[in-house]
Structure formats: C-alpha cells, structure tokens
Design a protein around this ligand. Structure first.
Ligand SMILES: Cc1cc2nc3c(=O)[nH]c(=O)nc-3n(C[C@H](O)[C@H](O)[C@H](O)COP(=O)(O)OP(=O)(O)OC[C@H]3O[C@@H](n4cnc5c(N)ncnc54)[C@H](O)[C@@H]3O)c2cc1C
Length: 382
C-alpha cells in the first residue's frame, strides 16, 4: 500500500507542525508543570481550522481524511503529547458522536461550534465501576415530560472542565429490552445545566496539561432534542466513536515515541562520556536503531488502519492492533530514551521525563491493551 500523503494532507501536516514548533513548544513544559490546560493554544488551533479536522466543511470543519489527521496528530504529539491529547480527544470521541449520529439540528447547534474551534468536546463513558465493562455502567436516564432525568457519575473525563468546554455527551442506561438486556442512550449535557457538577481536575502521572475530571449528574434534565440518535442506540454510537479513537491513540503514541526518539538522538550526539559523544557507542546506536524501527512498524499499522477507514472498509481489528502496538512501542521507546539520557533524563526538569510520564496512559485510555487484545481475538474468530 502507498501511504504517501496527498497535497492537502501534506499542507495540513505542515500547518500543524509549524503551529506546534512555534506556539506549543515554547510553553509546553510550563503548562505541564503548572498542570493547566492551555486552552489559548487550542483556540489558536481552532482559528486555523484544526479543531474541525475530521469534520466536513458543511458543519464547520476542514474535512480531512483519517490519514491526514494521523499525520497531523503525530506531528503535534512529537512536540507535546499532553496538548495533543486534549486536541485528539476533542477531535474524535468529543465530536464524532454528534457528526455520525446527531440530527442536522444537533450538528448545527453543538457540532459546528466544536468544529469551528469555539468550544471543546468531551465524551462521558467511563464510571468508577465501569470502564472496560461498559455494560455495567450505572448512570441512568429516566423518561419524564419533554425529556429525561439523568443521575449518576462519570470518571476520568477529558475536556469537560475547561473554559472552552461545551459540556459532555454522556452514555446512560435507559432500561432494558424485552429479553432483559440493558438499553443505553446518548445524551448531550451542556455546561451549566442544573444538577450537573464537575469534580476537581485530576492529577495524573502524565498528560498534565489535559483536563481530566469526574462528572456528577443529580436529576439533570435533558430535553428530548438533546438525545443523540435513537434512544437505545447509545452504546453502539459510543463504541463506533471509540474505533476511530483507537486510531487516534495509536497516532498519539507514535508522536510520543517519535518525540522521545528525537530528544534522545540529539542528546546522544552532544553528550559525551569517555571523551566521545555517547552516540558513538554501538550500544547506544543499537538502542536508537531499535527505537526507530519499532516506531516505523507502528506507523505502518496506524496508517493502514487509517487507510482502511478512508476507503470505507472495516477497520476495527486494525485499529485495535495499531493502538496496541503503537502504545507498547511508545512506553518502551520513552523508557529507552530516558536510559540514553541517564540521570538527566530521570529529572522532571527534562523534556524526556515529560514524555516518559505521558506515555503510560496510552496503554490504558480508550480501551486498555487487554481489551484491544480481546477485540483482536474476537475478530480472529475466538
Ligand atoms: C487520563 C485519562 C483520560 C481519560 N479520558 C476519558 C474520557 O475522556 N472519557 C471516558 O469515557 N473515559 C476516559 N478515560 C477512562 C479510560 O477509558 C478507562 O480508564 C479505561 O477504559 C479502563 O477502564 P478502568 O479504568 O475502569 O479500568 P478497568 O476496566 O477496571 O480495568 C482494570 C484492569 O483490568 C483489566 N481488565 C478489565 N476487564 C478485563 C477483561 N475482560 N480481560 C482482561 N483484562 C481485563 C484492564 O485491562 C485493566 O488492566 C480516561 C482515562 C484516563 C486515565
């Protein structure tokens, strides 16, 4: 397969890369250490059209292919995985349920501001007792006159608590079918809705400049026109958004690994031991060679999954494989990068330590790697 970028995809990549180097790189470390989501950077990306990368022009986006999106995300994450994650969560799981399943009225009202970069999207699936085991979630929506009452709690939700967050799209149980199987609906909850409260920003090992919180719903009224798609179809909607999310996390992993390799290579060329740059030691060269090779292998899987989606073909298995492989590559590459830095890489003042901290969650978010293996095994026929 030929994964050469088209002219449009190449321009998109240049735009993102330039923005990342000029605007994000100078402030990335400070925002991370301050544990602050730099929404001014996301707004800046919005002005360039980048907050609507996967959204068609009709709804305020720029209508990129998945391959163009992957290239752009890798470039952003190479500079700063943490801001890149806020952007990618908005771009996929935060926006796609509205694009794929919303009515035209809902797209106009909620998707357009996201795509035009005026607001940030969030996706509320996980709960304290339901992450991998989605069907056991407890947030419940009960039908009332003119709408629904929502009660429950969501855990670890990205992008719901910033000064540009619109609210959150939430998955909730709405009852059971005739056979007793739970049914799920998908609900738009706007910031400021009565009974909707947010916990404090959570403190992770990494991704410190992305905003992640718990959300609480206490008799929140959601009007009927804020139900996305058919009530009962919510779980399928969320799962299909997650399929694209997996390609996205794979690209985020690629950028995280590529950024760590870039830092390690530069350091190896300038840092001396025994009177010579450490890059002259074969042991270091082999590390760098292995890191680059693994990244390339993960890149091919990721672009393959993206190409399948762009061709309208099934991509579930390949997206899971790309996410599994790329996140493993990221965690091993950042570890080797710190090793190349020695003690200097262990200190949180170093950029490479930031990449190290940002990598672990890639094996957890948007379906743990154990769940990716289950998805792959099922696709194999197990
Ligand atoms: C920084 C961050 C941001 C996040 N952002 C969002 C967000 O925006 N929206 C959202 O909805 N969620 C978000 N999440 C939640 C994330 O998707 C979940 O943490 C993840 O899916 C795992 O769920 P869990 O934490 O409940 O772990 P659990 O599901 O409880 O899993 C615990 C462990 O058991 C393993 N396990 C569980 N079931 C099986 C099985 N059947 N076979 C083998 N092993 C199994 C898991 O792999 C894991 O190792 C975020 C999480 C983090 C850390």
């Amino acid at each position: 397969m030929d994964f050469t970028l088209t002219e449009f995809e190449g321009e998109l990549l240049d735009l993102g890369r330039t923005y990342a180097e000029r605007e994000i790189a100078p402030v990335a470390a400070k925002a991370w250490h301050d544990e602050r989501c730099p929404t001014e950077l996301l707004r800046g990306m919005g002005e360039l059209g980048l907050l609507g990368t996967l959204i068609p022009e009709k709804w305020g986006g720029i209508g990129s292919t998945t391959a163009g999106y992957v290239a752009l995300l890798e470039a952003l994450a190479t500079v700063d995985p943490s801001v890149a994650t806020a952007w990618q969560a908005h771009s996929t799981i935060g926006s796609l349920p509205l694009l794929l399943f919303g009515s035209d009225e809902q797209r106009e009202r909620w998707l357009r501001p996201l795509a035009e970069g005026r607001q940030l999207g969030a996706f509320g699936l996980t709960e304290p007792g339901a992450g991998s085991d989605v069907r056991s979630l407890r947030t419940r929506a009960t039908q009332v006159a003119g709408g629904w009452k929502l009660n429950g709690q969501k855990a670890f939700i990205t992008n719901a608590g910033t000064d540009m967050s619109f609210g959150v799209t939430v998955l909730a149980k709405i009852g059971a079918d005739d056979g007793g199987k739970p049914r799920f609906g998908s609900f738009i909850v706007e910031k400021g809705a009565e009974g909707y409260t947010l916990g404090p920003k959570l403190r992770g090992i990494g991704w410190k400049s992305a905003d992640t919180r718990d959300l609480f719903f206490d008799d929140v009224f959601v009007p009927d026109d804020q139900v996305v798609g058919e009530p009962g179809g919510g779980l399928g909607q969320f799962l299909s958004a997650l399929e694209v999310g997996r390609i996205s996390v794979a690209a985020l992993s690629l950028g995280t690994a590529a950024g760590a390799l870039r830092l390690a290579l530069a350091y190896a060329k300038q840092h001396e031991a025994f009177g010579t740059p450490i890059a002259n030691f074969q042991a270091i060269q082999f590390k760098l060679a292995d890191m680059a090779t693994e990244i390339e292998a993960a890149r091919w899987l990721t672009y393959y999954a993206a190409a399948l989606r762009d061709a309208g073909k099934p991509f579930k298995k390949e997206a899971a494989m790309a996410k599994l492989k790329a996140s493993q590559v990221a965690t091993s590459v950042v570890s080797e990068a710190v090793q190349i830095f020695g003690g200097a890489g262990y200190m949180l003042e170093s950029d490479v330590a930031r990449f190290y901290c940002d990598a672990k969650v890639l094996e957890i978010g948007e379906g743990t790697n154990e769940i990716q293996r289950l998805v792959i095994a099922r696709e194999l026929g197990c």
